[in-house]
Write a protein that binds this ligand. Sequence first.
Ligand code: KIV
Ligand code: ZN
Length: 435
Amino acid sequence: FEKYIPFQQIKLENREWPNNVITKAPIWCSVDLRDGNQALVDPMNMEEKIEFFHTLVDMGFKEIEIGFPSASETEYEICRELIEGNHIPDDVTIQVLVQAREHLIRKTFEAVKGAKNVIIHFYNSTSTLQRKVVFKTDMEGVTKIAIEGAKLIKQLTDEYTGDTNFRFEYSPESFSGTEVENAVYICDKVMEALGSTKENPVILNLPNTVEMCTPNTYADQVEYFIKHIKNREACIISLHPHNDRGTGVASGELALLAGAERVEGTLFGNGERTGNLDIVTMGLNMFTQGVDPKLDFSNLPKLREIYERCTDMKINPRQPYIGELVFTAFSGSHQDAINKGMQYMKDSGTEYWEIPYLPIDPADVGREYEPIIRINSQSGKGGAAFVMSHNFGYDLPKKMHPEFSKLVQKKCEELGRELIPKELFEVFSENYLEV
Ligand code: KIV
Ligand code: ZN
């Protein structure tokens, strides 16, 4: 990441601009195995979840929400296997989700017995709409549910005889659809009930459960919340953006600038409906601005392979950093600028990555730059020769270019379409290699 120019150094029109940028990585929490998994047509089985868990650990995640163990036997068993099978390194904390309901909380404590580090993540919905339409209750009603949940969690932790290190997280679900002063009110009460302190802070997770407004509005809500929560020192402010308006990452970035310190999300943005915040995009956005994301993205193709196999989801060709087409350049002028950038880097010995049209060095994420030369009946003489050289290592003499180009054009006309590089090689081989 050091080779990318920190964004604050870029000055536009002689202004000190921008004045607020992300300068360090948040605490990341992957919710792939819970929010991501619950939104799959076919949820992951035990082997897939274990493999995915190890992948997340290898990337450097220290907090991983592994599931909802009180929700089903399968989820319970997976939680037990992770613990009993010694899959969890000592410096990794597993997080388990539970509704603020007595029998589910009790079952959750059973599920995590023997784990070294656990975050019990409890939630209930607080939004205006859910209160009116689903729960038919008022703010006092939902606050009572949260306080009772918090008290029971505190009691079960005090009674616990093992040596698990417990921490707590509370989510006022649909935070962004809740009157923000009500969200502050309920979280103040939860903190009191849990007895949160600076030494043992609660994670207050502020979900943009359904992304219903522009990123700056979510960030404003988070900022208001941070300013008004009574005991700021005794809590860690966590974000949980979803992507319904397609701006999950932007919401996370702005809300981080508003003062949050933790971010929940998933690889490639898997999750309910349009997904959760995409941690790969957000992390690499930091990386390309000279900030260490503290997660290892150096082999994205491998991550993609594991992700696609375990989730049975496909990555969009234009998905930032990993889509098939994001390191291709189709336009001749882009290719020219990229070549000039590469030459400039060689000649100048600059310490920064300074190549137009490539915001990141593809090699940093285990990929390669691919100039795409269109090979059709309209292409110039140089295009076919370039592909022969770049893709196949044949440097054709200049004198040969017009003749070879004619053969290629003839083939395109016969087929009525452009050629892929392999077909181009066949034209070459038929005419010059095969006797
Ligand atoms: O999106 C959401 O609100 C959630 C909560 C359960 C944290 O996933
Ligand atoms: Zn969610």
